[in-house]
Design a protein around this ligand. Structure first.
Ligand SMILES: *Cc1c(COP(=O)(O)O)cnc(C)c1O
Length: 458
């Protein structure tokens, strides 16, 4: 028999988590105005709200924390990180920021103006928020296959070249400051982008003289999928694949809270000296001096180690295959999930899961609440609440997919936890034809509303 994969680590420290009863959770979620972001962590048993900053650091990362250099300028921890970023991405210039959206804020301050167009593959919510905040427009050019959750396609994060071409034809190049390719594509389900597609997008961008930037939060997981699925990459290392992908672009933004394996951090890396110079000004204004940019020295040291560990095959195999383990259990139970299973999360298809709750009553939000009540499991809505209102008409925007995301933190939960989650979901799915509650919004913020929206039962 072939040996199965197993975690390439053992546990040195544990953290207790609290179990609770259904009655307690019903009370708590009501008090939280039916917004899962409002629950304190002691009221959650398995926290799948996000895989962002929730992973476990290694002993080597913790050791690095102890020797962090907290010098304001030119700290050795900064130099360590700079060297690692160069080694892994190949980009010439580098600016640390406190997290991914800060990198977006700094970069877009230099590049994006009112009236601009920023094409990409299903921009992440903070990315879109930073574009729209500048009165520019994000255009989604993702391939159509991504919007059919049951369609099997190896690279559902890919950009549709024809869609991108028509954006380039419709708007003058000076209105398009950059194209953003998100790897893996978070919003369409943690789905990867192929090297082939990166090359085609890159070629088109060069033809129209538009810079290509990667939103690289999960670039290592993307490289793992390329190794497993794309012809010609089977025997390349993750580091070789990642570097090749980056070589087709002009720069990147990074939320290090994902594939950086740290709890906080981010950066920008790029090749253009001119854009680097402009971004530097905003980095100093918003983040801090260019050799720390909102991060502690010790955190930069831990990130340098984290980037190295996250781009090792054995780690990535156990990480991505754990997510697949959960996903495959759900498929076995008949639960409707986005397929193929993404790299960091399971996406439940609420349109198929709870079709009897009208979309106007936020069915994916309703499902997320049900999962919490039944199992003490916290996921997040990726549907109408997250899609926000149209900035002009202020009407709800109904996205093609109503999803609940169950994001799996890195190196944190065991497969026993995955079994528990799968059974909780099976139980909910088996009772899907019973009457279910929808919700109405009682209070919301003008932008990025999902964090603070208050709901009540219909
Ligand atoms: C998390 C994330 C961001 C934003 O990063 P933060 O560190 O949360 O600010 C941007 N893009 C993608 C694809 C992400 O997953």
């Amino acid at each position: 028999m072939e040996l199965p994969y197993a975690e390439p680590y053992k546990i040195k420290m544990v953290e207790s988590i609290n179990r609770s009863t259904k009655e307690q959770r019903l009370k708590w979620i009501k008090k939280a105005n039916y917004n899962l972001f409002n629950l304190t962590s002691d009221k959650v048993f398995i926290d799948l709200l996000t895989d962002s900053g929730t992973g476990a650091m290694s002993d080597k990362q913790w050791a690095e924390m102890m020797i962090g250099d907290e010098s304001y300028a030119g700290s050795s921890s900064f130099l360590k990180l700079k060297k690692t970023v160069k080694k892994i991405t190949g980009f010439k210039y580098f600016l640390p920021t406190h997290q991914g959206r800060a990198a977006e804020n700094v970069l877009f301050s230099a590049l994006v103006k009112e009236g601009d167009i920023v094409p990409g593959n299903s921009h992440f919510d903070t990315t879109k928020g930073h574009i729209e905040f500048r009165k520019a427009t994000a255009i989604d050019c993702t391939i159509d296959e991504a919007f059919d959750t049951s369609k099997i396609h190896p690279f559902k994060g890919n950009i549709d070249i024809q869609k991108l071409k028509s954006v380039f034809k419709k708007y003058p190049a000076k209105k398009i400051p950059l194209v953003i390719l998100t790897i893996t594509c978070n919003s369409s389900g943690g789905q990867p982008v192929s090297v082939q597609n990166v090359k085609e997008v890159s070629k088109l961008c060069k033809q129209y003289n538009v810079p290509l930037f990667f939103d690289s939060a999960r670039f290592a997981e993307n490289a793992y999928f390329i190794k497993k699925r794309e012809k010609g990459y089977e025997s390349k290392t993750i580091k070789e694949i990642a570097k090749e992908v980056f070589s087709y672009g002009d720069g990147m933004t990074m939320s290090a809270k994902k594939d950086g394996l740290v709890n906080m951090g981010g950066f920008i890396a790029l090749n253009s000296k001119e854009i680097f110079k402009q971004a530097t000004v905003f980095n100093i204004m918003f983040e801090g001096f260019i050799t720390y940019g909102g991060m502690n020295g010790r955190d930069m040291g831990a990130l340098a180690i984290g980037l190295d560990e996250a781009t090792e095959f054995n780690y990535l195999e156990s990480r991505v295959e754990q997510v697949a383990y959960l996903g495959n259990k759900l498929v076995e139970f008949g639960v409707p999930v986005q397929q193929p299973i993404g790299g960091h999360a399971i996406f439940l298809d609420a349109n198929k899961f709870v079709p009897n709750i009208p979309r106007e009553e936020y069915r994916a939000q309703a499902l997320a609440i049900e999962i919490y009540v039944v199992g003490g499991i916290r996921g997040v809505e990726i549907g109408t609440v997250l899609a926000d209102r149209d900035p002009i008409t202020r009407e709800n925007r109904y996205p093609e997919l109503e999803l609940v995301r169950l994001a799996v933190p890195r190196r944190t939960y065991s497969n026993n936890h995955m079994d528990y989650i799968a059974v909780a979901l099976k139980n909910i799915y088996d009772t899907r034809n019973e009457a279910k509650t929808g919700y109405v919004i009682t209070e919301e913020a003008p932008i990025m509303r999902h964090f603070t929206t208050k709901f009540k039962k219909v």
